[in-house]
Ligand binder design. Structure first.
Ligand SMILES: Cc1cc2nc3c(=O)[nH]c(=O)nc-3n(C[C@H](O)[C@H](O)[C@H](O)COP(=O)(O)OP(=O)(O)OC[C@H]3O[C@@H](n4cnc5c(N)ncnc54)[C@H](O)[C@@H]3O)c2cc1C
Length: 398
């Protein structure tokens, strides 16, 4: 029987970050994932999405020993621009800038490619002698008691641990084994993700263009072959997303440029296209005996406002704080009850808030679209409220 302080099920971006954070804090960690991580851009199946890490994520990544590795590749996000193009023609009719300078010296966040995150995170785990990363093998079952959990992996390995962290995604096997139910909202939407090159510089502005079907978001990337470049998340109703993803490149470029309301001039595809199903989901509880759920195992939100992984980092920060405050109580009922209490209300608020923004952005009806544009104007006009919204977007409690 192998002994470890913490067993992490799932080596996605969330699980890898958790392993680095708990490992750097001195806990022994065993992390397992049946899928070996793809750590380059070209290999089929590489995750070509990008993740915008918001301000509070940085301190956590520094403590985990990850930030120095990641920062050379990060594109800063200085301004969040909301564009409403919901009029008769797809042209900007309301444009509002939220500038990070209104809150302080730091940008709102930094954008990084997911495949690169995996590469740097795996390299970081190799530096930590108290962290073992097993790939090609996953969580199979567990038995919990008040003082430990016994986990069996798919290759028959048995592990005795104080804490099982379920970071194994939206269909989390750990969550199912713990008997924790979820509430799921299927939105009928999909996200097409890709990178584009454009003539106009992005000036570190992240732009969300609203018309119908969901937001079209351009997030700054470092220049590619001497040209300004942005990562795009284009949300649409399912069949429309499938049609867009299958279009010949020239036609796709033309449609993407039109849907972007021309904010950066003509857009040219600079990567493969990928399609992601969009759901909204929340686990009824973040804990059970010796088990804590984090990231998509606990909550899934549509990709709006970069909330997904940033909420996940807040989960891990909370869990790590509790573990460090009382290392002898690692994984006990008191710690896990406190974890649930610290996170569940904030998660519920954010899942509902992102849902609301998504519905407003999906609107087909011209009257609702006009209302949405007025809403953006009104919120923006109230400076104190604008600042509060910016702070909440970064992770401050509402
Ligand atoms: C289009 C799009 C754009 C996004 N942009 C942003 C953004 O800008 N900012 C942001 O904060 N968030 C963003 N998100 C959300 C973010 O991508 C997710 O929160 C994050 O990728 C989820 O990571 P995860 O590790 O929880 O889940 P996953 O990436 O799904 O990882 C789960 C892992 O568990 C493994 N697993 C499955 N079964 C087992 C088992 N039996 N045992 C062990 N392991 C198992 C899987 O192989 C997988 O590797 C975006 C999401 C989408 C769809």
């Amino acid at each position: 029987m192998k002994q470890t302080d913490i067993f992490i099920s799932g080596g996605g971006v969330a699980g890898l970050t958790a392993a680095a954070a708990f490992g750097a804090a001195g806990f022994s960690v065993l992390i397992a994932d049946p899928m070996p991580p793809i750590t380059d851009e070209e290999t089929d199946g590489a995750d070509l999405r990008t993740t915008a890490f918001l301000q509070p994520a940085r301190d956590f990544l520094i403590a985990a020993g990850l930030w120095d590795r990641l920062s050379p590749f990060a594109a800063p996000l200085q301004i969040m621009r909301i564009v409403d193009a919901g009029g008769e023609t797809p042209e900007p009719r309301v444009t509002k800038d939220f500038d990070a300078a209104d809150l302080g010296d730091l940008p709102f966040g930094w954008n990084l490619s997911n495949w690169l995150l995996r590469r740097e995170m795996v390299a970081r785990l190799e530096e930590l002698p108290n962290v073992e990363f097993r790939t090609g093998v996953g969580f199979a079952s567990m038995l919990t008691r008040t003082n430990e959990a016994r986990v069996t992996l798919t290759d028959g390995t048995r592990i005795s641990t104080k804490l099982v962290i379920g970071a194994d995604g939206r269909n989390s096997p750990v969550r199912q084994a713990a008997g924790i139910a979820v509430k799921t909202n299927r939105l009928g939407q999909k996200a097409v993700t890709f990178a584009v090159a454009h003539e106009a510089p992005h000036d570190n502005v992240s732009t969300e263009v609203h018309r119908t079907g969901g937001p079209f978001t351009l997030v700054p990337l470092p220049d590619h072959e001497g040209k300004p470049c942005s990562a795009v998340v284009w949300m649409e109703d399912g069949p429309e997303a499938a049609r867009l993803a299958a279009l010949p490149v020239d036609e796709f470029n033309a449609e993407a440029t039109l849907r972007s309301a021309g904010v950066f001039g003509p857009l040219t595809l600079a990567s493969r296209r990928m399609v992601w199903p969009i759901i909204s989901q929340i686990a009824d509880s973040l804990n059970s005996e010796r088990v804590a759920l984090v990231a998509e195992a606990a909550h899934v939100v549509p990709p709006i406002g970069a909330q997904g992984l940033n909420m996940s980092l807040a989960d891990m920060a909370s869990l790590l704080d509790l573990a460090q405050a009382n290392p002898n109580g690692l994984g006990n009922a008191d710690m896990l009850k406190k974890y649930h209490r610290a996170r569940h209300t904030d998660i519920t608020l954010r899942v509902k808030g992102v849902d609301l923004l998504n519905r407003a952005s999906q609107a087909e009806n011209p009257l609702l679209r006009d209302l949405r544009a007025k809403g953006v104007e009104a919120l923006y006009g109230l400076a104190p409220l604008r600042k509060t919204l910016m702070k909440m977007g970064l992770g401050a409690k509402g």
